[in-house]
Design a protein around this ligand. Structure first.
Ligand code: XMP
Length: 326
């Protein structure tokens, strides 16, 4: 029988055998896979592991704090946060084309992670060691998908932690290679990770950067982050998290419409809700959310988020629409 305790014990043994007393590094994305992979490796080799978390400024409300405080408190992991918010904003200035945004975010991410890794390697060398291993939260479906992915046109260039340049040479540690997402969550729970991290729905690597339709600016990020936090809070309060695969919240930054708020005319931006139901994100249907939940979300966003005077619902399945708007 599948049992998370057994899997943990078995993986801990394997990781110890692979790593020995070497140093190991892991990039945390805030998502469940890298968090559970790192926690397993930490269980096996303790402070031989150092984690790096890149704050690119495209994160959702509270994600950095959850990693820096809750996750670290639960695991005792050594964590280095790199604050790269300015760097990403500067690199994205003036850019509106979705694939260009994705490429810039992916490139800056790898640069930042690479620099942090190189710094840690140098530090380890000062301390008489080197870092030879890199943890990746690769799951079984990731492996299957990449094996069957040839010949299909690139619809969007996805990026994750990983895809590191060849000149930074690490051997990979992939303790989740045989597992599915629900099994990874079970292991995370067993290891005592915070519920907000273990239960987190998929969130794209390029983050809020591809949910602002138009140029990414600090002001727009702050606005979208606020709207997104309201949507997540209301969906959770309504007990709908298990029913929804994910619900992107999108800011149409280049669109404005006329509204009336208080006793004045406004000329503000629309927010799009994109709730989807899916098995694997390859296809999806739009989720029929209860009207009262939609009404509450709409009221709260238009009342609480300055600059937004309209909330609209995306009722497109995938295909033809993708889940994210960019
Ligand atoms: P699309 O928009 O292609 O999204 O229908 C399918 C799923 O993939 C997620 N997504 C990403 N995940 N890096 C990721 O790790 C990315 O660059 C990325 N782009 C999209 C999306 O949220 C959905 O779950």
């Amino acid at each position: 029988d599948w049992n998370s305790g057994n899997v943990i014990a078995e993986q801990v043994e394997r990781i110890r055998a692979q790593i020995g007393d070497a140093r190991v590094i892991c990039g945390l994305s805030g998502g469940v896979d890298s968090a559970v992979a790192a926690a397993l490796v930490h269980e096996a080799v303790g402070d031989q592991l150092v984690c790096v978390f890149v704050d690119h400024g495209l994160l959702r409300a509270d994600e950095r704090r959850q990693v820096e405080e809750d996750y670290v408190a639960a695991t005792g992991i050594r964590l280095v946060t790199v604050d790269a918010r300015e760097q990403f904003l500067t690199a994205l200035a003036g850019v509106t084309e979705p694939e260009t945004k994705r490429k810039i975010i992916g490139r800056e991410f790898i640069r930042t992670f690479e620099q942090a890794a190189a710094d840690l390697v140098a530090e380890a060398a000062d301390e008489g060691g080197s870092i030879d291993f890199l943890v990746q939260g690769t799951l079984y479906p990731d492996i299957v998908e990449s094996g069957h992915g040839s010949g299909t046109a690139t619809i969007k260039s996805h990026h994750n932690v990983g895809g590191l340049p060849d000149d930074l040479q690490f051997a990979l540690v992939e303790p989740l290679r045989a597992l599915f997402k629900d099994e990874v969550r079970a292991i995370g729970r067993e290891l005592g990770l915070p519920a907000e991290i273990v239960n987190r729905q998929p969130f794209p690597g390029p983050g809020l950067g591809i949910r602002i339709i138009g140029e990414v600016t600090q002001e727009r990020l702050d606005l979208l982050r606020e709207a997104d936090a309201i949507v997540r809070a209301e969906l959770t309060a309504a007990g709908l998290d298990a029913e929804i695969w994910q619900c992107p919240v999108v800011l149409l930054a280049d669109v404005r419409s006329v509204g009336v708020q208080g006793d004045g005319r406004t000329y503000g931006h629309p927010i799009v809700l994109r709730p989807v139901s899916s098995e694997d994100a390859m296809t999806a249907d739009w989720t029929r959310l209860p009207y009262d939940v939609l009404a509450r979300i709409s009221n709260r966003i238009t009342n609480e988020v300055a600059g937004v005077n309209r909330v609209v619902l995306d009722v497109t399945s995938k295909p033809p629409g993708t889940i994210e708007w960019e």
